[in-house]
Design a protein around this ligand. Structure first.
Ligand code: FAD
Length: 288
């Protein structure tokens, strides 16, 4: 099923993200993780492409496992370091496998990357245009409540985001954030600037202190004092930190929903128990 239809017909949605393994010998254990995640009944599930050194070649394999487990898959696809032929190959592969949803991304600029003379894809909107020509896909894009690190300011960032939507992004998934006010301000600004597609709030449950530092570095997002205090108090005790991280993420989601944000995406870090615990904490809210 297309994500656009799911978003349209559901009162609220909670989706999950998984990443493929780095090596082929871990593919079966990742598929087990996917099946366990699907038991928690997410609205749909996305799978990353080449992020954090994972193998882009395994994305379709994992998307298929999601589909076979009865959940709609959303396959990420990055373009910056790809040729047009490679993009065509991947999109055709997705089509042949009946995967209808693609999150079209540029990808981060690798250190020392030199733009070739004839660079096909410098930005995600170009990938969106390319995919549109290739078939009847539901295409999404990424957005940044605290501004993409390469953008000069909020106005520029939202201007380019609007263009990405005008090119054909039917929904947007946000970078993670820990301060709901940042997201709510961004959400309002998008609506004022005429971005009217669903904007899905990206929530990262932080279940160990080391992980948060790495995640903050990568995402450029601010961390509220309340969260620092939790880390100071529980950071050295893995069980307590995990419980506190799950509760923080659940509270964040409830607050977003109370403010009218009905579409949530959980960066699960391939932890089915964490995803299930958050879903349990929301059970009556999602079903009600
Ligand atoms: P773009 O939309 O191209 O934006 C990148 C920058 O260029 C922004 O500053 C933007 O304002 C600017 N810009 C946009 N259009 C123009 C234009 N026409 N002219 C000039 N400037 C412009 N990475 C992976 O490698 N694999 C993944 O699976 C993955 N999944 C992600 C999922 C989500 C939800 C998010 C938020 C990010 C994900 N990323 C992933 C990271 C992403 O690839 C990086 O954040 C990347 O730096 C930007 O990608 P983008 O698609 O937002 O790029």
């Amino acid at each position: 099923m297309k994500i656009s239809e799911i978003l349209q017909k559901s009162r609220v949605t909670v989706s999950f993200e998984v990443f493929p393994p780095k090596q082929w010998d871990k593919i079966e254990s990742t598929k087990t993780v996917v099946r366990e995640m699907c038991d928690a009944k997410p609205s749909f599930m996305s799978v990353t492409y080449g992020a954090a050194g994972t193998q882009s070649g395994f994305t379709t394999e994992i998307a298929n496992e999601i589909k076979n487990s009865g959940v709609a898959p959303l396959s990420h696809l990055t373009c910056l370091t790809s040729t047009r032929d490679k993009i065509h190959h991947v999109v055709n592969e997705l089509q042949e496998n009946g995967i209808e949803n693609i999150l079209a991304l540029r990808g981060d600029i690798p250190e020392g990357f030199v733009f070739p003379d004839k660079q096909y894809f410098e930005h995600a909107y170009q990938l969106i245009n390319e995919i549109k020509e290739m078939g009847d896909f539901c295409i999404g894009g990424a957005c940044y409540p605290e501004i993409h690190p390469e953008s000069r300011d909020r106005v520029e960032d939202i201007g380019y985001l609007k263009y990405k939507v005008d090119c054909g992004a039917q929904f947007l998934t946000s970078q993670m954030f820990f301060d709901n006010d940042k997201f709510l301000n961004f959400y309002e600004m998008c609506r004022i600037k005429g971005i009217n597609v669903p904007i899905i709030a990206g929530i990262m449950p932080i279940t160990n202190a080391k992980q948060i530092m790495r995640s903050i570095e990568l995402s450029n997002c601010s961390v509220p004092k309340k969260f620092y205090r939790i880390m100071e108090r529980f950071g050295d005790d893995p069980k307590s930190m995990k419980q506190a991280g799950i509760i923080y993420a659940t509270e964040q989601i409830i607050d977003l929903m109370a403010n009218g944000v009905n579409n949530i995406h959980i960066y699960t870090m391939n932890k089915p128990d964490v995803a299930a615990a958050i879903m349990n904490g929301l059970s009556d809210i999602i079903d009600g």
